[in-house]
Design a protein around this ligand. Structure first.
Ligand code: SAH
Ligand code: SF4
Length: 427
């Protein structure tokens, strides 16, 4: 999501005549796009600002701006805490950056952290500045109104709003004509995508099908699906199109209904598992990934074992696993105590990671002997004789190069695997 925002920022600035550089020492202006989701993310930005201080010592005219969620959360307080900063701009103020830069040029500091109920940057063509030329992200909505108790996103990214259908399809079509072969439609909860025009409302399943019909050679992915809104219509839409990737990211957060209730997730363990059953029936070859938070307020050993047992039941292909990090001003920070000791959080996280590694390994083992269509993204990091790409299930597949190039879709038969990668030969 942040990466997608950075592409919008580059586009806005290039439009005003600014150029970008890969050499940080050459830059006259540096923008740091930030995330506030966990405390660790913010601490890393603070460290980065220490480095900025050293650059500014060498070049006192250097302008440093902080963008995104951390800017939104801390606003002008950041200017007091981090003297090195000249500009603070929240996620809905990127269009204002040229003006903020002028304000700094005429001496002083500049801040805009206004959130908007409408801004979707729909008319801005993102500059794909760090791209493999094959896959790209398209932001289809902004903000979130789910207010999960632990989460800072609704506060720092504002009201949920969808972007108009036509501009999304235009962007996907342009990418295809420019050689891209995969787009990922992005939103915090894509299942609540809704665009109404001339009395007609388009929901996410319909948008997805429209994107899939741009060209059968363009693969479509999406993230993230909130389990409470995962509809049968969506599953059926996925099943109707070969080029809608058979991979779904369905963050569960916890396997305990008690914890889910306190997290304000809007579903129980049973309801989540019912959705998984529906998914397995409609899309038997679909991979499932998830996000898990361990050590949320008052989480007991029993709650933790429920998370482990749910993971075993679902047999996730992949998981992003985090220890709970209390975020100021969220519902959980106001209502509950962050009372699971660090060493317990650490141990539970370890158990979850170990289990997931085992599950990923077992899932990959079952892929041996199967043939997948692999969209080539580039050469393998380890060897220039091997290409690397992904199958529809979003698994990384590495195979010996035989004259194929990035953007090609190659059938590959799997003969080896690790818990992170499938290996095989083109057939
Ligand atoms: N909109 C997505 C998630 C976006 S944030 C969804 O609802 O699933 C990505 C992930 O960060 C979340 O799924 C959650 O697992 C994790 N996360 C969010 N807030 C957190 C916090 N305070 N501590 C630890 N992990 C957190
Ligand atoms: Fe955060 Fe929940 Fe919104 Fe995801 S759905 S961004 S976890 S509030």
């Amino acid at each position: 999501m942040n990466f997608s925002d950075s592409e919008i920022v580059v586009s806005i600035l290039e439009e005003k005549g600014y150029g970008s550089t890969k050499d940080i020492k050459e830059a006259d202006v540096i923008f740091i796009n930030t995330c506030s989701i966990r405390d660790h993310a913010e601490q890393r930005v603070r460290k980065r600002l220490d480095y900025m201080q050293s650059l500014k010592k060498k070049n006192p005219h250097l302008v440093i701006g902080l963008l995104g969620c951390m800017a939104e959360r801390l606003k002008t307080q950041l200017l007091e805490e981090e003297q090195v900063l000249d500009i603070i701009a929240g996620p809905d103020s990127y269009r204002d950056l040229p003006r903020l830069m002028e304000e700094v040029e005429s001496g002083g500091k500049a801040v805009n952290t206004m959130l908007s109920a409408e801004e979707t940057y729909a008319d801005i063509a993102p500059v794909r500045y760090d791209s493999n030329g094959v896959s790209a992200y398209i932001s289809i909505m902004r903000g979130c109104e789910n207010f999960c108790a632990y989460c800072v996103v609704p506060y720092v990214r504002g009201q949920e709003r969808s972007r108009d259908v036509a501009s999304i399809l235009r962007e996907a079509g342009d990418l295809f004509r420019n050689g891209y072969r995969e787009v990922t439609l992005l939103g915090q909860n894509v299942n609540s995508y809704r665009w109404t025009q001339d009395g007609k409302t388009t929901g996410f399943p319909e948008l997805l099908e429209k994107a899939a019909m741009i060209n059968p050679l363009l693969r479509i992915r999406f993230a993230t699906s909130h389990p409470k809104d995962l509809s049968d219509e969506l599953l059926l839409a996925m099943s109707r199109h070969h080029n809608i990737c058979k991979s779904i990211h369905l963050p569960v957060q916890s396997g305990s209904s008690r914890v889910l209730d306190r997290m304000n997730r809007g579903y129980t363990r049973e309801q989540y598992l019912e959705r998984i059953d529906a998914l397995r029936i409609v899309l038997p070859d679909c991979s499932i990934s998830t996000d898990i938070i361990t050590g949320f307020c008052d989480e007991t050993e029993e709650d933790h074992s429920e998370t482990l047992s749910l993971m075993e039941k679902v047999e996730y292909d992949y998981a992003f696993m985090f220890r709970y990090s209390e975020r100021p001003d969220t519902l959980a920070a106001d209502r509950y105590k962050d009372n699971v000791p660090d060493d317990v959080k650490e141990r539970r996280l370890r158990e979850i990671i170990d289990l997931q590694q085992k599950l990923s390994y077992q899932n990959n083992k079952m892929d041996v002997g199967k043939t997948f269509e692999v969209l080539v993204e580039g050469f393998s990091k380890r060897s220039a004789e091997h290409l690397s790409g992904r199958n529809s299930q979003n698994k990384v597949v590495v195979f010996r190069a035989t004259g194929n190039k990035p953007g090609d879709c190659v059938p590959v038969k799997i003969n080896r695997f690790t818990s992170a990668t499938l290996l095989g030969n083109a057939v």
